[in-house]
Design a protein around this ligand. Structure first.
Ligand SMILES: *Cc1c(COP(=O)(O)O)cnc(C)c1O
Length: 304
């Protein structure tokens, strides 16, 4: 369902920042992002419980991960996406043999339709708010714990908070509970930063960042609960900085990632005491298939 990804010490980032930066290369997953872990795990469990079809309403990396898991498990998949979904996203999901249904003008409409069309034989896969997904994502930290010593901080991107919950679970089960998290978002998609500041879940009126994979209008309740149990520092970067992070990954590591992931690379430069003090940083290179070199060139011409 997923592969053990490389853990690389980035010579370029380490030298530039004067510390050790370790990259957990989730961009190398067969589905291009870490989503394969949690969604693959959840799909396996739902199949064991008797699900005969998987349903998703994500046109992004989550929908692709459901389609991939379904093909691997031999379970049919339906992905309902809104009219705004790119041809490329529909093509990638279709390549995994999933049924792609276009319905509605917005994700809300597609999601409502997907939920309403579910029968008792179907399992609906939420992109981030499911303990099974967190349990699956946690495997990336198991791999790090087998291969490396304890980092001083983990830097990761936050959309709905599934990755954050999974990494926190992985740290807990490897007895690395004291490792602080740096939770990165972009301006215009910073629902976690807003919620941490308010001390309760905040719903953003709209998503205005190009980092669409971070575009959950509110994070899951567990993401907020985690910040009460352990050290979490929120960092918000601009779209421009996130694209800069993508270009650095491309130039130094020859890997294309979404701004959702470039944001975490960019956050290494932010002026946060925790990051200044850390000698040894683990960066989750969450990946994403939603962009390509052409798109990165356009963004960098517009923003940089
Ligand atoms: C899903 C995703 C995120 C955000 O993950 P959440 O679990 O929603 O917080 C970040 N980057 C990429 C590439 C993703 O696919």
């Amino acid at each position: 369902m997923y592969i053990e990804t490389p853990l690389l010490e980035s010579r370029a980032l380490s030298q530039r920042l004067g510390k050790s930066i370790w990259l957990k290369m989730e961009a190398m997953q067969p589905t291009g992002s870490f989503k394969a872990r949690g969604i693959g795990h959840a799909c396996s469990v739902y199949m064991e419980r008797g699900a005969r079809r998987f349903v998703s309403s994500s046109g992004g990396n989550a929908g692709l991960a459901v389609a991939y898991a379904g093909r691997k498990l031999g379970v049919p998949v339906r992905v309902v996406v809104p009219e705004t979904t790119s041809e490329r996203a529909k093509h990638l999901i279709g390549m995994e043999n999933a049924e792609v249904i276009v319905h509605g003008k917005s994700w809300d409409e597609a999601n409502r339709f997907a939920l309403a069309s579910c029968t008792s034989a179907d399992a609906f896969l939420h992109p981030f708010d499911d303990p099974l997904i967190w349990e699956g994502h946690a495997s990336m930290i198991d791999e790090v714990a087998r291969a490396a010593s304890k980092p001083d901080a983990v830097v990761l991107s936050v959309g709905g908070g599934g990755l954050l919950c999974g990494v926190a679970e992985g740290l807990r089960r490897n007895r690395w509970d004291d490792v602080p998290l740096v939770a990165v978002e972009t301006t215009g998609a910073a629902s976690y930063a807003a919620s941490l500041e308010a001390g309760e879940r905040v719903e953003l009126p709209a998503i205005t960042s190009i980092a669409t994979s971070l575009g959950a209008r509110s994070v899951c309740a567990e993401a907020l609960a985690i910040a009460k149990r352990r050290a979490v520092t929120s960092v918000v970067v601009s779209d421009r900085q996130a694209v800069g992070g993508c270009l650095e990954m491309l130039d130094e590591h020859r890997v294309v990632v979404e701004p959702a992931c470039g944001a975490s690379v960019a956050a290494l430069d932010s002026d946060v005491q925790l990051l200044r003090d850390a000698r040894n940083i683990l960066l989750i290179v969450c990946g994403g298939v939603g962009t390509n070199v052409e798109q990165l060139k356009r963004w960098s011409a517009e923003l940089l």
